[in-house]
Design a protein around this ligand. Sequence first.
Ligand SMILES: CC/C=C\C/C=C\C/C=C\C/C=C\C/C=C\C/C=C\CC/C=C/C(=O)SCCNC(=O)CCNC(=O)[C@H](O)C(C)(C)COP(=O)(O)OP(=O)(O)OC[C@H]1O[C@@H](n2cnc3c(N)ncnc32)[C@H](O)[C@@H]1OP(=O)(O)O
Ligand SMILES: Cc1cc2nc3c(=O)[nH]c(=O)nc-3n(C[C@H](O)[C@H](O)[C@H](O)COP(=O)(O)OP(=O)(O)OC[C@H]3O[C@@H](n4cnc5c(N)ncnc54)[C@H](O)[C@@H]3O)c2cc1C
Length: 701
Amino acid sequence: MGLSGISLLTTTYSLILQHQSLLLCLRAKGFGLDLKKDMEGVDYLSDERKKAQFDVEAMKIAWAGSLEAFQLSDRMAKLVANDPAFEKFTRPMLGRKELIKNTLRKAAHGWKLIVDLRLTEEEAKWLRLYIDEPAYTDLHWGMFIPAIEGQGTEEQKKKWLPLAKKMQIIGCYAQTELGHGSNVQGLETTATFDPQTDEFIMHSPTLTSSKWWPGGLGKASTHAVVYARLIVGGEFHGVHGFIVQLRSLDDHSPLPGVTVGDIGMKFGNGAYNTMDNGVLRFDHVRIPRDQMLMRVSQVTREGKIMQSDVPRQLIYGTMVYVRQTIVADASKALSRAVCIATRYSAIRRQFGSRNGGPETQVIDYKTQQSRLFPLLASAYAFRFVGEWLKWLYTDVKERLAANDFSTLPEAHACTAGLKSLTTSFTADGIEECRKLCGGHGYLVSSGLPELFAVYIPACTYEGDNVVLLLQVARFLVKTVSELGYKKPVGTTAYMGRVASLMQNNCAVQTAEGWLNPGAVVEAFESRAARMAVRCGQQLAKYENPEEGFAELSADLVEASIAHCQLIVVSKFIEKLQQDIPGKGVKQTLEVLCYVYALFLLHKHQGDFLATGYLTPKQASLANDQLRTLYSKVRPNAITLVDSFNYTDHYLGSILGRYDGNVYPKLYEAAWKDPLNDSDVVDGFYEYVQPILKQKLRTAKL
Ligand SMILES: CC/C=C\C/C=C\C/C=C\C/C=C\C/C=C\C/C=C\CC/C=C/C(=O)SCCNC(=O)CCNC(=O)[C@H](O)C(C)(C)COP(=O)(O)OP(=O)(O)OC[C@H]1O[C@@H](n2cnc3c(N)ncnc32)[C@H](O)[C@@H]1OP(=O)(O)O
Ligand SMILES: Cc1cc2nc3c(=O)[nH]c(=O)nc-3n(C[C@H](O)[C@H](O)[C@H](O)COP(=O)(O)OP(=O)(O)OC[C@H]3O[C@@H](n4cnc5c(N)ncnc54)[C@H](O)[C@@H]3O)c2cc1C
């Protein structure tokens, strides 16, 4: 018997087992048989796992970044998964008050673990990820503390950071208002210096000046970094951050003049409703002068404004930091959805049965592959670009500490652009994974609805994705306009070769010709350079540059996307130039890298053709190659998602279970729904039975 015959037999056997266990379950409910006899312990995906052409353990390390990173993450994942305090399956069914209380309990338990086990900052970050429940602690550690670290003076840091790091105060980041989020300079909250008392008076002069959205503000925070218009001597001196105490440290009640509360339910059940996004108003609340964050500008006792040599953009520095973490988190959210959809696609069968044999696994349909495998490749691409961005941010941070601000504009453009690119793609990708799972993907127990609901605000918070791409566009336009006298560096270095990128056209002649990193990078560079230069030429036609920028903004956004996609493709290729140990690991990643690049090329072929870099024939060859690549991904698909090393707890999905034991577990879960506690639903006797029993003389319907 050939290999395919053996595999057919084992697959059929798995199917029979699965059907048997389903039958047992069905009977359990209907005929009182033993429900426990489903096939616990059987790995329904074992055949798939045997197909792997690479060393899975080595791929896990490549995904994690290093053996140490893998071990650390694995330890934290297991710590959470094995702790019943972090159960999350009932979350979507809880009312808001219960939900928040439950989140506060988990955050307290998480903090206890951090203290008792003396976890490092890195371990705590992984712990937060695997607890998988947005909480006020995210903003306390993720924004309040970084804002003080980045914008505070040494003295301020000395005073506030120990309190915050021991969690003796809880802080949030209160920037956005009811009337303004994107336009930070348009904020209306005022901080007026009173020279008589050496204080600032914090005030919300209008309804639209109410702080609105800050996470952790509603119920948990005792303090906030509040962004407000600085007014000294009756003059406005820009928006700055101020540390303001909101609640009593004794009984947590709001301080006089402070009105604070939660803004209400948000999208989805469970999901981001574990977070107390808040509203805040000030009625002439006084704070000491030294609570203005003064690294960028200082207000003296006499009411003089002193500027340090730190650029004012550093006031936006916390956003740069968080955008960088959001890029890293995009690969986690996307890989999680892809893991669920890939495992389920291998279990799910529809059509194609021959002679009573098994039906086709839906993962074998080319349409399923062409939707799923680019998402899988993107998860890896985002992982590696996130790793690079972390390096870039660390480098910028070190430079800033040494008062070197030269790389700040590029850090801003990269974090803004990549945050936008990766979150938009991930949000769409999670929804695509739901559709890839058919009807069952719509069940909360698939894990996908909640993941989607939690994830999608990432397209808005930390900067609306379009607004951020327009920031990238400004950076690109500036780079193009300076080409004559300034050598572009970093991620825009390719613009230095603009003449050849505008002239030379693609040389690929065969589908195999696309399996060449040089050809791929040049295609993306040429497209990005041509789109940016074209925008520059169009802009030059306008007398008023701002008017031109506004008029051309949709094209500018497309040019920014092209630039950001180039960064992701290049960083993936650069990653592959490193030593990556393990049998078949590098080769498999190369396949994914080409899938990512050629998928983008196919999706955006309009750009590549319109800029004249590619011919239709070359675009078509790229698509031919893409199909071949999908066949190369197929045998490795399950092990590529196993390499994310996600526990079933973290995945939170019956469809994505490691053992693939989907049907019995779906069936079992249905019976756990509170609606099935009784056979006759509450309300039946009041509202349904009277209809059943009514005796209408005539029915017009
Ligand atoms: C149990 C567990 C316990 C513990 C857990 C432990 C650990 C957990 C640790 C960490 C958790 C980690 C992370 C999680 C944290 C949070 C994530 C979760 C939720 C997110 C919550 C969301 C928060 C928010 O949304 S905060 C609000 C964000 N708001 C925005 O993003 C507003 C967007 N708008 C802007 O950024 C700006 O206003 C603007 C659009 C850029 C316009 O600015 P401006 O009007 O000034 O206009 P210009 O365009 O003229 O710009 C002037 C000039 O400045 C440059 N610029 C602009 N921005 C920046 C920047 N950010 N940096 C540097 N430079 C900047 C711009 O390029 C111009 O330069 P030039 O003059 O040279 O052209
Ligand atoms: C879940 C969640 C958590 C949040 N947490 C916090 C927090 O902790 N702290 C905090 O301060 N804030 C927080 N925010 C607020 C968030 O940062 C803002 O909502 C975000 O910056 C977008 O601003 P906006 O709401 O004003 O959108 P708007 O700017 O009003 O956007 C509306 C539309 O207008 C478009 N638009 C706006 N300006 C332009 C332009 N110049 N050109 C073209 N199009 C434009 C946008 O693309 C969008 O389509 C949070 C928001 C959410 C959803």
